[in-house]
Design a protein around this ligand. Structure first.
Ligand SMILES: NC(=O)c1ccc[n+]([C@@H]2O[C@H](COP(=O)([O-])OP(=O)(O)OC[C@H]3O[C@@H](n4cnc5c(N)ncnc54)[C@H](OP(=O)(O)O)[C@@H]3O)[C@@H](O)[C@H]2O)c1
Length: 303
């Protein structure tokens, strides 16, 4: 298949690419800079120059592909509304060009925006509805593409897709702990994060391309929910810092934009995804990864 990807140069996307190439697919990837284009070429991907706001480029890429994997996202959490608008407009452009084709459209999503109190399953619907909601209400919008003769597949990634070289949420927690001199958790630390290793997540995306029928929601979840206190303790152990409770009132000042995410209880299963795709996570879990790859060789925090 000819696959068009956005985000092929990113954390998850760059791990997905080898699976696609090994399976014999030809991959074209959106590249917003010369550096990204050259990284894609080195990885065996044909770059298509443009950004997520260049809707004509997105239409060109999708129009000449047999399937689309959309992992690109503007991770500017200080301007999250704008990221959502870009996401929504990109999805509208993809819908326009894929309409009636029956082609697969795999897109990144997350596990925020659901009622808590029990583990989320692939049957739970996002409560983010409408263009002004977080991520532009992208999941609910894209899942309706089945009515347009497109085969959408949602890839709900755990809030931490961890691994060596991560620059996402877990690495930001480690940076904040170094800066503050304490490894914080919010309140009693009972809120949880589901977690998946980057390499397991990438393998799941490759399997979803091959096996998931249109209209499927998948969960890239290896560990259902690790209490935030345990995450903070693992960071603290590695950095030689105390793990301490931060009150919910102080969380925004302590954690900045990450506070809203770290305080969210994200507890999810992937039983249906494992059964459908025959996917089994095999990589190390988050707490071991923190010890081996996030805090090893840590320097003492500045006094
Ligand atoms: N990582 C996680 O823990 C996690 C958890 C839940 C959901 N997700 C979602 O999964 C998807 C992939 O995440 P990731 O961790 O791989 O993200 P990432 O490492 O930040 O990569 C983002 C990708 O989007 C591209 N991109 C950003 N802004 C762009 C723009 N204006 N124009 C064109 N391309 C642009 C980046 O290109 P450059 O290489 O040029 O920067 C990169 O390829 C995202 O939708 C993310 O929100 C991730």
């Amino acid at each position: 298949m000819r696959v068009f990807m956005t985000g092929a140069s990113g954390w998850i996307g760059s791990a997905v690419v080898p699976h696609l190439l090994e399976a014999g697919h030809e991959v074209t990837g959106l590249a917003r800079s010369d550096a990204s284009a050259s990284a894609l070429e080195t990885a065996g991907v044909t770059p298509l120059l443009g950004g997520l706001d260049d809707l004509d480029v997105l239409r060109t890429g999708a129009g000449s592909a047999d399937a689309v994997i959309h992992l690109g996202f503007k991770h500017d959490f200080d301007h999250f509304d704008e990221s959502g608008r870009t996401e929504r407009a990109a999805l509208e452009a993809f819908r326009e060009v894929l309409r009636g084709s029956g082609r697969k459209f795999l897109f990144a999503s997350g596990l925020a925006g659901f009622p808590s109190g029990r583990p989320l399953t692939e049957h739970d619907q996002s409560s983010f509805v409408g263009p002004d909601s977080p991520r532009g209400g992208s999941e609910r919008f894209a899942m309706d593409f089945v009515d347009d003769g497109i085969a959408p597949v949602s890839l709900r990634f755990s809030p931490t897709v961890h691994g060596a070289g991560d620059h996402g949420f877990t690495s930001v927690l480690v940076r904040i702990a170094r800066e503050r001199g304490v490894a914080g958790y919010i309140g009693d630390g009972s809120t949880r994060w589901a977690a998946v290793h980057r390499l397991d997540a990438a393998r799941m995306v490759g399997l979803a391309l091959e096996k998931a029928p249109g209209g499927t929601i998948t969960h890239a979840v290896a560990e259902e929910g690790i209490p935030s206190k345990q995450i903070a303790e693992a960071i603290g152990r590695g950095l030689g810092l105390p793990a301490v409770s931060i009150s919910p009132e102080d969380a925004p000042a302590h954690f900045g934009w990450l506070g809203a995410f770290f305080g969210a209880d994200v507890h999810a299963t992937s039983a249906l995804t494992r059964e459908l795709l025959g996917w089994q996570p095999t990589e190390i879990g988050l707490l071991q990864d923190i010890a081996e790859n996030y805090v090893s060789g840590a320097e003492a925090p500045a006094a």
